[in-house]
Design a protein around this ligand. Sequence first.
Ligand code: TRP
Length: 479
Amino acid sequence: METSKRGQWGSSFGFLMASIGSAIGLGNLWGFPYKMGKTGGFAFLVIYLILVALVGIVLMLGEFALGRKTGKGAGGAYTALAKKYSFIGYMAVISPFLILAFYAVLGGMVLRYCLGFLVQLFGVDGFAGQGSGFFSWLLYSEQSMLLFLLLFLVCTMVIVMGGIKGGIEKFSKAVMPALGVILVVIIVFVALQPGAIEGYKFMFQPDFSLFADGASFFEVLKTASGQMFFSLSVAMGINITFGSYLSKEKKLQRNAVMVPLFDTLFALLAGMMILPACAAFGVDYAQGPGLLFASMQKVFLDGMGGTAGNLMGFLFYFLVFIAAITSSIALLEVLTAAVVDRQLDKGKEPKRKKTALVFAVLIFAIGIPVALDALGRGGAAIQAPYELLGLTPDSPGYAMWNDCWLDFYDMITEGILMPLGALLMSLLLGWVFPNLVKDECEVSGHRFKGAAYFKFCFRFVIPVVMLLVLATQIQSFFL
Ligand code: TRP
């Protein structure tokens, strides 16, 4: 039987934990706080939450349903609907590929911080750095960046080679609760620091002054939409693959609500840890991708200090590392599954290990510019896109080329491929196959109560929002 060669989830709980484990990762801990910090705190938060409810949950259910109905990963699922739609599936698979390239670089940095604090625990100082200077040092240390990128990818690959059940499920179950606990401990510590209150105000005090000029509204919408795709892992085929491993008795709709719920909870926890810490320790909210590292260095080294700081630093980065690994294995899994499915379709023996290895090598290669451009700070081993093209911030088209390779990969995925994929998918599920999701949800014998809401979102809400996001992205090319 095909299913046994592809693998299936051991239990419902295992499926839920693996989906949550794949959703919760650097997107929540690293991405959400820095994007909220950069785009106005409260305003971002409100738009983000609305997008999760109207777009994220709905797309996730659609993907689970597609995967389970067709029994295929992203590539094969659309082909199974009709040959002319197969391009949507392949388009979806490009995103995990590009994302993993920068995800592994960040994951490697997390690993470096984790080991740094571990070494300091044994009394050797200076390995997790003195204050924020360490981050800049690390960005320019070519050996470290490449070594840790490689280490992170090898960890990911070894787990994926183990196969679906043995590999992913075992890993996911214990980690998320532990991560939740340590976040809460740090949140409490930060809350007790003088000045932290400003961070909560930034997040939760209603303030829409940012929207006074219309352009900012669309910027925030675009940023929040990209963050939503990234954090929930929707619109890139991953949940199609996950759904395809799910047996018919399981309730799809419950999983499609639980995963975004937990994911958003963890994003909020991360925000409530990092932004008040910025307020208390004088770190600039709007500084961009380094925010997690900069603010947490202050907490561990200056706030807690000594052995306590080193211990907490080690534990924190260890759990972030594991959370990142559970996401990266899902990213590599979706790529591997796409190829394994094709091999099965052609009647060949699936070559899972070889496929995972080939992808890991390719991803290492396209991760190199991300690892070596020092996030576009200039003067690094590899030039950022704008440097290569000789653009300055006021050159026309500067926005298109962004400021570092990470942002460039991000722009292609979050800004173009995912909104476009989401648009096409919702049109298909809303208009062309309007009963697919409902029927698949009711296969288990339960009535699907939310069907009307989901249909309305597929038909109208998601297409409109996605067109706005795409228009904002395209417009930015010309500014
Ligand atoms: N959602 C993950 C995070 O928040 C990252 C991610 C994006 C991902 N796309 C994915 C994880 C696909 C697994 C599969 O960190």
